[in-house]
Design a protein around this ligand. Structure first.
Ligand code: THU
Length: 160
């Protein structure tokens, strides 16, 4: 038996004002689009903003459905829109913000496992890491240099 130790290094910023200006702008776009979430079942609204290497920003918000599994998270709404609109552009950064209509979300909200898997596909495709920043409604912002920092032992095309 040989142990396998997995480590990830994330950065934690105390407030949105501490992150670089370009990411603050991206996060504000995520916050703005969060209001477009259609979340009558969870009352939990998420916004995501993606910066591409052509300097375009593609946004997404969660869209729910009476048939619950038919809904989609903000991150996948955004990343699939980016892939559909700009298939040859690389994704540089993604900013995510979440808000509940029931309580103040003060802790950073990371993307769910399915969104991590969807996002990492584009890192593999573009052969370049995607920087990820996530937060709640207020408070700390967490940065990951790569989706893989949130998804070790990734399942990708090399497994097939
Ligand atoms: N949600 C997202 O949009 N992104 C995530 O990464 C986690 C969850 C949405 C899905 C659902 O509409 C609501 O938040 C509650 O789970």
């Amino acid at each position: 038996m040989k142990p396998l130790t997995i480590t990830s290094r994330l950065e934690v910023y105390e407030t949105i004002e501490e992150i670089p200006q370009d990411v603050q702008d991206l996060m504000h776009q995520a916050i703005e689009v969060r209001d477009n979430a259609y979340a009558p079942y969870s009352n939990f609204k998420v916004g995501a903003a993606i910066l591409l290497d052509n300097q375009e920003v593609v946004v997404g918000s969660n869209q729910e459905n009476a048939s619950y599994p038919s809904g989609l998270c903000a991150e996948r709404t955004a990343v699939y829109a980016a892939g559909a609109r700009f298939p040859n552009s690389k994704i540089l950064k993604i900013a995510i913000s979440a808000k509940s209509l029931r309580h103040k979300v003060v802790s950073p909200v990371p993307p769910c496992g399915a969104c991590r898997q969807a996002l990492v596909e584009y890192e593999v495709k573009q052969e370049e890491a995607i920087e990820l920043y996530f937060m709640g409604e207020t408070g700390k912002v967490v940065k990951a240099e790569s989706i893989k920092d949130l998804l070790p032992l990734v399942f990708d095309n090399s497994c097939l």
